[in-house]
Design a protein around this ligand. Sequence first.
Ligand SMILES: O=C[C@H](O)COP(=O)(O)O
Length: 251
Amino acid sequence: MRKKIVAGNWKMNNDIAETEMFLVDLKKQVFPENIVIMIAPPFTSLNHAFNSLREHPVTVAGQNMHQSNEGAFTGEISAKMLKSIGANTVILGHSERRAYFMEDNATLAEKVNTALENEMTIIFCIGEELEDRKNGKHFELIKTQLTEGIFHVSDESWQNIIIAYEPVWAIGTGETASPEQAQEMHKFIRKTIAENYSKEIADKVSILYGGSVKPDNAAEIFEQTDVDGGLIGGASLKVESFMKIINAFKK
Ligand SMILES: O=C[C@H](O)COP(=O)(O)O
């Protein structure tokens, strides 16, 4: 049985006062027991969110970390720092990190290693640009991101890896992949993991969909066989829409 996960990626939103308002509201909610719920606030709100949610079934995750454990990297955050404030999970390879901060597959492979060495859980993001899809290169591109970014890890490491498929053309655009497009790619990702590792490992990996998931389209995406949840951006910033998305998950 795979874990069902709904994770909210706040990106560069919510200062500490806004975070507190969100948390006050979130803590009043009743959460379905079969779904792992995560939020990834910005670094400045992480510790506050972790402390505030200690008694609640919500995991607090980092949005990024550096590949080195320490050193002269002004402005960066290490795995150890994340763990020291309660964030044992980290998002790596988000398309915004790849596009705006030049994170390539080789850098991401290093980050993956560092996160695993520090016994962290990774939400590893992959996704194609619109151009790749138009040219029919989307499967190849996804395979390359997996091969170069994460397929070097050991069999055991997959216990701590979640994949998030986020087609770049669907992020923040209001244009979501159709449930069929999501299923087709998730199935491909699982098959690719099975070919490189084993069916047993592939069947256990949670694969999340991300890209303009909203309360009104979440149910049809989540009901796809190989979709095990969502990585939600904009719609995770309000408790009301985040909860609607969580509650749309009926599988
Ligand atoms: O990490 C989340 C994704 O980038 C999706 O963002 P979005 O739901 O605002 O499209």
